[in-house]
Design a protein around this ligand. Sequence first.
Ligand SMILES: NC(=O)c1ccc[n+]([C@@H]2O[C@H](COP(=O)([O-])OP(=O)(O)OC[C@H]3O[C@@H](n4cnc5c(N)ncnc54)[C@H](O)[C@@H]3O)[C@@H](O)[C@H]2O)c1
Length: 337
Amino acid sequence: MNFLQIGVGGFGGTWLKTISKSQHRLAALVDVKPESLAKASAEYNVPAERCFSDLAQALAAVQIDAAVVVTPPAFHRAPVEALLERGIPVISEKPMAETMADCRAMVAAHRRTGVEYTVSQNYRWAPAPMTARRLIGEGKLGTIGQMRFDFWLGAAFKGTFRETMDQPLIVDMAIHHCDLIRYVTGLDAVSASASSWNVPWSAFQKDSSACCVYAMSNGARVVYDGSWSAHGNHTNWSGDWLIEGTLGALRHSHGKLWLNETPPQVWAKAPFEWKEIANDTPPLLSQDYVLDDFARAIAERRPTATTCTDNLNSVGMVFAALESLAKDGARVAIQPG
Ligand SMILES: NC(=O)c1ccc[n+]([C@@H]2O[C@H](COP(=O)([O-])OP(=O)(O)OC[C@H]3O[C@@H](n4cnc5c(N)ncnc54)[C@H](O)[C@@H]3O)[C@@H](O)[C@H]2O)c1
């Protein structure tokens, strides 16, 4: 497929690399920053006449089969809608947009046009989450009753949109974690309540720490505790989790999994019987998986794994948390996608 990539800044580099090493082709690039465009053009051999500062010019000049949108979240909606209206299937970066109203409008454009629009949720496509989903799908935990999800990193993104945006942790980071919670447990969230704050040493203007409680469709609760300004302890980007069910419990830390197949016992004494589980070894990971699933879905006329209608359920967790913050932590219902 001939791909157009819109946004070739920081994370744009990952997509340039992913497409250029695949069986597909980087046919054209769009970015509003001439220096980013010139750098990408030189590094990935896309001739200057196929590099544009404007999407409409690119669409008028170059024949493309699909597009990848890697602009900041506030600039996802306009290109995604323009592409879908032209019948061009799209992979867009997370989060879908910066407001739930924009997300719903983008999904409406997908439904109206019938053209595939997938949201890249690359954190799913890693060995530990894929193995955890398999184990839970096989019934190893029985009925899930509760989950803790801790995400702690000390991060700074100088000069990028995250430095000044509202709720950078929840909107730009926790979207990965909300999607992981749904993917790993197989459960959707039905409500959220949230609290957020900014520590004095934060590298962000707005709140970079938050705690959200999600009620899941089976009655289980997920406690999400995240900070981009942590300095006492760090998890990896996918967080540390503990998932407990009627038959056992599963732990994740730094890409490793441990299973405890002892059913819950009252006054059980530590140490608990944790057994490390060897991760599955899927042939494709991260963006490679997203790209492959997208191309196959187009050919097979089926939705991708993280098609926008499914993704509404993940991004709905993000925006329900924001609505709860605006209501001083009140519990907010999540409308199904
Ligand atoms: N999946 C992941 O693991 C992951 C990691 C990092 C970033 N991201 C996502 O990727 C997206 C981009 O993030 P980033 O870190 O690359 O941001 P960035 O600011 O580094 O780069 C964005 C690029 O988009 C360009 N741009 C801005 N507005 C534009 C417009 N209207 N038209 C064309 N180009 C425009 C900018 O000039 C810049 O080159 C975000 O949605 C972010 O959440 C995903």
